[in-house]
Design a protein around this ligand. Structure first.
Ligand SMILES: CC(C)(COP(=O)(O)OP(=O)(O)OC[C@H]1O[C@@H](n2cnc3c(N)ncnc32)[C@H](O)[C@@H]1O)[C@@H](O)C(=O)NCCC(=O)NCCS
Ligand SMILES: Nc1ncnc2c1ncn2[C@@H]1O[C@H](COP(=O)(O)OP(=O)(O)OP(=O)(O)O)[C@@H](O)[C@H]1O
Length: 290
């Protein structure tokens, strides 16, 4: 009897975790992404594949739900909430590494989407910018229990090249998401690019200015410059929906593979963009639909 299966509406925290995981799955599936794991293959990665990205994304559901629930209980940005989120983020990362047998699939994504899930709970009904601002306030609080690892790839290249990384991107309110990713997603939708092309354009807009420490670590400043210029060239040629843009996108993909470079930070921020887009829909429906 169907009544045996009780159907309960998900709690707000569970709903946010659903959206966060869905954003990660959508990011992984989006194709063709330059240098990154997608439906075509593993991009510039020898240790990653699409199935692993999916398994990793699903493994993070409890961490995102717990972070959102902690925010619900605390009700405001506070030092206590910051420290709880830090612990939940580290637990989530440990679970991710267990599921992937030690491969870093989503470290940056746990940081960005964890903060945004908590902030979305605090700022229910707010705009994407309001949620990002609250996430930034959380990120600016120090977490005394965080193991500061001066040897992480990000920390090393930030020192070496004097650039800002994942931590500062959050502390500044995710400008790459709010000003680049979301604006481009909406502009491309409005222009009738189609959803997958609009998402690719959003990724390219993020890539065109982000100091992605994944790229710096693997391919140095030359790799970063070529990524940024190549992404800009696709958008200037008309974006992923245009023939000329597709041609530039193929060139960029080839270039990223030759440099062994993969814009993992930009991919994480695309997931954050898709999360906020689903949460706070602001886009007028694309012309021709509905
Ligand atoms: C801040 C983090 C990302 C560590 O940064 P660090 O640069 O030292 O690490 P690492 O190089 O290993 O990873 C950086 C990750 O960020 C992504 N990234 C790279 N460049 C950027 C960028 N410019 N902007 C945003 N993300 C980026 C990459 O995909 C990469 O996976 C995070 O792992 C951390 O310290 N978390 C502590 C746990 C915590 O407090 N959690 C809070 C709640 S979620
Ligand atoms: N679709 C994707 N394909 C590849 N990487 C992605 C994708 N989506 C997100 N990422 C991010 O990219 C990062 C992987 O980059 P990278 O392999 O350079 O990490 P690393 O473990 O720091 O370095 P390395 O593999 O060079 O030792 C992950 O932390 C993840 O957050």
């Amino acid at each position: 009897m169907s009544a045996l299966i009780a159907r309960q509406a998900p709690s707000a925290a569970e709903h946010l975790a659903d959206l966060a995981v869905q954003a990660l799955v959508d990011e992984a599936d989006l194709s063709p992404k330059p240098g990154l794991v997608d439906r075509r293959g593993s991009g510039a990665h020898s240790d990653l594949h699409l199935g692993l990205m999916h398994a990793s994304a699903q493994s993070l559901w409890p961490a995102f739900a717990a972070m959102a629930d902690a925010a619900r209980r605390e009700g405001r940005v506070s030092q206590a909430l910051r420290e709880t989120l830090g612990q939940l983020g580290r637990d989530g990362e440990a679970e991710m590494l267990r599921v992937t047998a030690g491969v870093n699939t989503h470290r940056g994504a746990i940081w960005a989407l964890g903060l945004l899930s908590a902030a979305a709970m605090l700022e229910s009904g707010a705009s994407a910018g309001g949620i990002a601002a609250s996430a930034a306030a959380l990120a600016r609080l120090d977490d005394p229990a965080a193991p500061h690892n001066p040897d992480s790839h990000g920390a090393r290249v930030c020192r070496r090249y004097g650039v800002l990384g994942a931590r500062e991107q959050a502390q500044h309110g995710f400008p790459a998401v709010i000003e680049d990713g979301l604006l481009q997603l909406l502009a491309s939708r409005r222009a009738g690019a189609g959803e997958q092309n609009a998402r690719l354009d959003a990724l390219l807009a993020i890539m065109s200015s982000l100091t992605d420490t994944c790229v710096l670590h693997r391919a140095g400043l030359e790799g970063l410059t070529r990524m940024q210029a190549g992404a800009r060239a696709v958008l200037e040629a008309g974006g992923a929906a245009s023939l000329a843009g597709r041609r530039q996108l193929r060139l960029l993909d080839r270039d990223m593979l030759a440099l062994n470079a993969s814009p993992g930070g930009a991919a994480d921020l695309l997931a954050a963009t898709l999360f906020l887009d689903r949460l706070a829909p602001h886009a007028p429906a694309p012309t021709g639909s509905n």
